[in-house]
Ligand binder design. Sequence first.
Ligand code: NAP
Ligand code: MG
Length: 530
Amino acid sequence: MATLEAPPMPLVLHQGPYTIEPMIDFSTEENQRKMRAALDKVRAELGREYDMVIGGKHSKTTEKIRSINPAKPSQLVGLHQNAGAAEVEPTMQAALQAFPAWSRRSAEERASFVFRVADIIRERRFEFCAWLVFEVSKNWGEADADIAETIDFCELYAREALRMSKVETPAQLPGERDRLMYIPLGVGAVIPPWNFPCAIMAGMTMASIVMGNTVVLKPSHDAPTIAAKFFEVLEECGLPAGVVNFCPGSGSTFGDAIVAHPKTRYIAFTGSKGVGLHINQRAAEQQPGQLWIKRTILEMGGKDAMVIDADSDLDAAVEAVAQAAFGYQGQKCSACSRAIVDEKVYDEFLAKLKPRVEKITLGDPAENANMAAVISESAMNKILGYIEQGKKDGRLITGGGRATNAGEGYFIQPTVFADIAPKSTLEQEEIFGPVLAVIKARDFDHALEIANDTEFGLTGAVYANSQEKIDRAIQEFHVGNLYINRKCTGAIVGAHPFGGFNMSGTDSKAGGPDYLYLYSQGKSVGEKLR
Ligand code: NAP
Ligand code: MG
């Protein structure tokens, strides 16, 4: 057990400015061989049981969470503990106990810990990718994007924390030493989704601890194994007991109770709009013994649009829409679920899009198909419900149902509907699956109006050649992440700080220069010189 007296950890401080982790080039034979070897290694480890870890102590619960392979639902990926009401208080106490010592570690020590985590994940890159292939049905490239983003978050946040530890006040009063210190908040509840189950889980956790907070980590019940693997890395790096407590459990019971706990200081959540709003409301109620206004960092859903102007590179637009709509089966908060196309090129756009989408291969992500399974049976049924709605509200261009020939898993055909009307269900609601609504606009003005007509405001893209139209889109397209002449998915840490407007969240801008302020509070000290 680590205490205040724990010896300082050896420092590993990466030098130089933050640089983006390069992606693995899977077109080379060597990398294909490494990936297949990693898949074999992980395949041999499927079905193992993982502990819950509270205050450094490993334990088991009677109830279990079964994480399965969505592409082969009979295959158990990992067996996990299921934290419930009985675990709430011990977990909070462990995180509270760890807080004084961890919060007093220097910024260098904490950053060094996070740099070491990045180093180990970089070494185990292929293996981490392989876990995502089995647990959440990502193909190789999608899995690698998730792991590269994980490394990026570590590398950026460690540097940012060091920068913030050296901030100076804009002015010094004569005869005083004036300082501004970003001190930690306390115990944070970290509640990630399953769709970027490594990057988002790790990003919110590393942001928390690099700033000196301690964490109750409740991974998604659909993706606890990759979180357990990440937690193993934290332990390998010498994580002091209680600094991160690993508690797989259900959101509506354990998650809800942790959010409501009077000693929870903040909640870092990424997930759906409904759950985010519920957490916000729950966190706003003062509990007996609660001394602070809980901070909520909430990143939620989207109904992201790509606007295609009449004067644009239509081939490039079609390619980008296909990738953004169907990459990872459309299960990205940034996924393109609406293509809003000027009527002058509408028919041509559809004529080009249909064969492009029909080229998409569907199958086992271990064999690196373009598209694999959606996360669960319930997700599949929900998406199929939207597809039935689409058949009533629009014109089916391609797809339109389950893809049973792809395997026993939860495979859905990439589906495109044309002639979807503004304000209809398919134009307004987040589907979170491989379903694209194509909408006809009278002109560019009308297209922007449609793009802005949902309650969300996460990502968006515009394909246009006219600089005037591009400038108008930059002014008027109300989203947290806007892209011009490129797809609306694939935000890169550092280059595209990420977070949405309106019902898409609190615009926290993960991977940006302001993000870590959310995990700290500024203490201003004016000291009279003696
Ligand atoms: P979700 O159903 O809202 O769940 C997110 C997390 O919240 C899970 O860990 C879940 O636990 C937990 N949870 C559920 N109910 C809770 C409660 N009452 N109190 C506390 N925690 C609770 O979302 P998801 O299906 O995992 O992820 C998909 C959604 O995330 C989409 O809407 C997507 O747009 C959004 N997303 C947004 C961003 C962004 O940056 N804006 C990024 C990625 C994803 P369990 O599920 O384990 O019960
Ligand atoms: Mg699973």
